[in-house]
Design a binder for this molecule. Structure first.
Ligand code: C2O
Ligand code: CU
Ligand code: CU
Length: 522
């Protein structure tokens, strides 16, 4: 048994290093065990805690695969982080200590806070602390925090650094939604990883992985493989976060049951939106409610993600293989409802909180940003034996702990032809103003994300946005083109500007990121 599993894994790893990085999933399947209970992060309620919370950025070991404990990073734990709960109107103080041997930083993705208390330009050197004060000034939302040290964001996140932060304002009770943490209100952090035969994480740095974003063949939910949740029968709320470096997740229930989307990134939708299938991209959050009152167990499934993976350069055999892969569904999470007990029966609310129609008349200017993978130049670089020319074959990494920075060789990506430069300001906006940003994706779909601002998506691919994406957001998957009405909510400075970037973390690090200054207009 063991020998087989091992050789299958090696076969998979060899494929992963080659140009066709899509196929290794099925080879590694026998190595996926999982099936344990859904890990439930510790809940830290800052209300009970006198408005403070601590995070220790640290290394640890986590049991994920049978082979061995996996070396990983976590916030105050061996992997991921606690769920931090804050309330609108509250001022909280975070005490963060970096116990890693390298610099890190913490970005509050989705929190409306000024750049001076946000991650990217507040590095925390190894062994040092940082204590930002955060004034919570937004409606209920599922936000998250993750590292943002330029050049090492992707690796640190891959190693396990990501946590959820819930903003609450009493509206969930008003709508009579499930809100019992860990019981009928479950955090669901979706990620993908590659494990070596020794049980350690492998971070794929092959040129192909850099180009399309680094993916893995093993899906984790809250750091576990194919876990089972046992909520009471009734309505169950799942707070979905795509915390992967690059992978989009298309999700549906095995019996094709309908679920309702109640919130997207920055808050409630106007009303629950019924869907059978949803796609989530890196950095995005959706809250869904699924009805388990029939008491039947059901699996949440996903499909392989093909964003940017299968270009024309593939051989016929690889294309065929890719087509077969497209059909392959796999179980992400199992829901096994228990007895309802004496819990009151809940109905889905008819209305939630209407964010109103986006008022385009408010826009004071239009800008256009083209996400440029610089694919041709990068391919040439690879073929011409540039710095990355040889690195992709054989082992794409680092097994013990992915180390080193960027490792981008000569590869570059950018926005409007410019590679990220922290000392350059790419846009100056008036704090409190609105602008229409047209974001254009080339070669593949890119998840656009902006700090310090939110937006309403006006169109995607030239069409009106789907109702479940029509709320207030901070991240959107742009395939072809999207028009966004951006609302600049928070101030930034020249020394600490806000950034906007592709949330495929490898793209961000290769330079697909820009800066903006947001200040009151004179
Ligand atoms: Cu979630 Cu700038 O990132
Ligand atoms: Cu962010
Ligand atoms: Cu991208």
């Amino acid at each position: 048994m063991r020998a087989t599993r091992r050789s299958l894994l090696i076969g998979g790893a060899a494929l992963a290093g080659g140009a066709f990085a899509g196929g290794y999933g099925i080879f590694a399947q026998s190595a996926r065990q999982g099936g344990g209970p859904l890990p439930m992060p510790r809940l830290v309620d800052t209300w009970d805690n006198g408005g403070i919370f601590d995070l220790s950025i640290q290394q640890g070991e986590t049991r994920i695969v049978p082979a061995a404990a996996t070396r990983s990073f976590g916030y105050s734990g061996s992997i991921l982080g606690p769920v931090v709960r804050v309330r609108s109107g509250q001022t909280v103080k975070a005490y963060i200590t970096n116990n890693l041997p390298v610099e890190s930083s913490v970005h509050w993705h989705g929190l409306f806070v000024p750049s001076i208390v946000d991650g990217p330009f507040n590095p925390i050197p190894a062994g040092q602390s940082w204590s930002p004060e955060l004034t919570i000034d937004q409606p209920a939302a599922t936000t998250w925090f993750h590292p943002h040290p330029h050049g090492d964001t992707a690796r640190q996140t891959y190693m396990g650094l990501a946590g959820l932060l819930y903003v609450e304002d009493g509206s969930a009770a008003e709508f009579n939604l499930p809100r019992d943490y860990g019981v009928d209100d479950l955090p669901i952090v979706l990620q993908d990883r590659i494990f070596g035969p020794d049980g350690q994480l492998i971070y794929d740095r092959s040129p192909m992985a850099m180009m399309h974003g680094s993916r893995g063949d093993v899906i984790l939910v809250n750091g576990a493989i194919r876990p089972t949740a046992r909520p009471p029968a009734g309505l169950v709320r799942l707070r979905l976060l795509d915390g992967a470096n690059a992978r989009n997740f298309k999700l549906a229930f095995a019996d094709e049951r309908i679920f309702h989307v109640i919130a997207n990134d920055a808050g409630w939708l106007a009303e629950p939106i019924p869907l059978k299938e949803i796609e989530i991209s890196p950095g995005e959050r959706y809250e869904i409610v699924v009805d388990l009152s029939d008491g039947r167990a059901v699996d949440l499934l996903t499909w392989p993600d093909h964003n940017g993976r299968f270009g024309d350069s593939l051989t016929e055999r690889a294309k065929e293989f890719a087509a077969r892969m497209r059909e392959r569904r796999e179980v992400v999470l199992r829901l096994e409802p228990g007895a309802a007990g004496d819990r009151p029966k809940r109905d889905l609310p008819r209305r939630l909180q209407d964010p109103g129609r986006p008022d385009v008349a408010k826009s004071v200017r239009r800008r256009s940003f083209t996400f440029d993978s610089m694919m041709m130049a990068n391919m040439q670089m690879m073929r011409g034996g540039g710095a990355m020319g040889h690195a992709g074959h054989g082992s794409p990494t680092t097994s013990s702990a992915p180390t080193g920075h960027g490792a981008s060789g000569g590869m570059r990506m950018g926005i409007n032809g410019k590679t990220y430069d922290m000392s350059r300001i790419d846009a100056e906006v008036a704090l409190g103003s609105h602008e229409i940003w047209e974001v254009v994706s080339t070669e593949m779909a890119h998840p656009f994300h902006i700090h310090g601002a939110t937006f309403r998506t006006l169109t995607k691919g030239g069409k009106p946005v789907a109702p479940h994406e029509a709320g207030v957001k901070d991240t959107v998957l742009v395939d072809n083109k999207a028009e966004l009405l951006v609302s600049f909510r928070q101030p930034s400075t020249r020394e600490k500007p806000f950034v906007f970037h592709c949330h495929i973390l490898e793209h961000e690090e290769l330079g697909m990121m820009g800066t903006y200054l947001s200040q009151p207009s004179a």
